[in-house]
Design a protein around this ligand. Sequence first.
Ligand SMILES: Nc1ncnc2c1ncn2[C@@H]1O[C@H](COP(=O)(O)OP(=O)(O)OP(=O)(O)O)[C@@H](O)[C@H]1O
Length: 488
Amino acid sequence: MKHKKYIVGSFILFYSVLYFSYPYAASSYQFESYLAPSRMHWLGTNSVGQDVVALLIEGTKWSLIVGFVVATASTLLSVVLGVWSGYFRKWDSLWNGLANVLLVLPNLLIILLVIAFTGGQYTMLLVLMSVLSWPAYMRIIRAQVMSLKEREFIQISRQLGNSHLYILTRHFPAHLKSLVQTKWIMTFRYAILTEAGLAFLGLGDPVKVTWGKLLHDGFSNPTIFLNGSWTWLVLPPVLLLAIVTVYISFIIEGKNVKRTKSSLRKEVHCTKEAGLRGEQITLHYGVSKPIFENVSLDVQRGEIVSITGPSGSGKTSLARAMYGILPVAYYEGHGQMDGEWTSHPKFASAHYFKTIAFMYQDARAAFNPLLPLRQQFEELGVTQDEMNEALKEVQLYETIANRYPHECSGGMLSRVLVALTFVWRPHYVICDEVTSALDPILKKEIIFLLQKKAKQLNCGVLMITHDHDVAHAISDRTLQMTKENRDD
Ligand SMILES: Nc1ncnc2c1ncn2[C@@H]1O[C@H](COP(=O)(O)OP(=O)(O)OP(=O)(O)O)[C@@H](O)[C@H]1O
């Protein structure tokens, strides 16, 4: 991210120096036509004797203003209307309906129609593009706000008597930030390219110099290809357009590229040892003082290993690192399963649920509340017979699969989660405090089920638990984590 700031900063600095110190103005026609690049005119002159660098300076200004103004206005409209519709639900059908209408209307046709009547004025174009480009992201933001509004932390904030303004400014921005950033960047690119396209076709504002207008002027005289002046009249605006729009694409893709690179870091040293292993794991979460250092452990098939320890000692993080779902930037060392690095990008699709599974603490949160349980099995590719068999093994009737999660008790859901976790007969299972929210009878039942399953399938189980009794009762080995490195 830092180098992106340097590139943008250097561009702004270079542009500002040129803007304020370049000796010629774009409006001056005092030179000879088609002068070749020289020390006096770095990129020569055009057909009417204007300095090309001066034109590019002016063109860059107006082209970037198009991008900046349209992106900002359109993003503001998307956010304000999206939040208004999604949070307050006031005039929702009006804004939503308007968005739907604008989404189906062909934007370019409307712009062309308006230009035909108004003559392609620069400000008119800014308004038009802003007004036509908000609907898609407004609907995405609206959906995100509607879902956030139902989350527990928002409900609690409301119950505490906080005002809507407080909730909207305190709780929502962090959740909407990446959407808003992407919307701004995408619209910036759309606006610059649309304006350039229109100006290139001669439909832009005739008195505003933009990159598109420079291209239009350059191409309007075919002799530029005979006298070679296309190299300084056409190439520079094309390059500027290409650099800015391609660079913006890199900004959008940047995060993914970074994640892939850091994931691949773990592929290099493979020891090919059997078992589910954590090797020399140091957890630091990007801060200098590690939460724990150089922890190694292994779980072999058929054994149950428990990790106990005080809250905050890093049990869950260790388990997540071993499973390969903790970002590798947060720890040193490796998670490994039968010789394969669990943090490798292809590990998840090859092994999750099939060879190794992770059972989460809260069964209710592990299921999608809007899908019946049957569909959540089907998502894994489980057949009807396999699902029925798995449910039978945890003493549940097949018909429970037709229910939604909210139609089941906590105990039922915990059993369904056991059924789902073991449905593909994995070789290893990591259970993260799976009994902590259960009453003693249910706890015993689930522990018994896990033990039975592990034995039946010769499965290695790594059990994270606060409960020493449970750990000692079912485990072949118990590891105790301490909290000596923590301040809290
Ligand atoms: N995403 C994160 N960024 C920074 N620090 C984190 C993050 N997640 C956890 N931590 C810190 O790492 C430490 C270990 O957390 P972890 O959840 O692994 O502990 P735990 O032993 O499983 O705790 P508990 O038993 O309460 O679930 C905690 O001090 C926590 O503050």
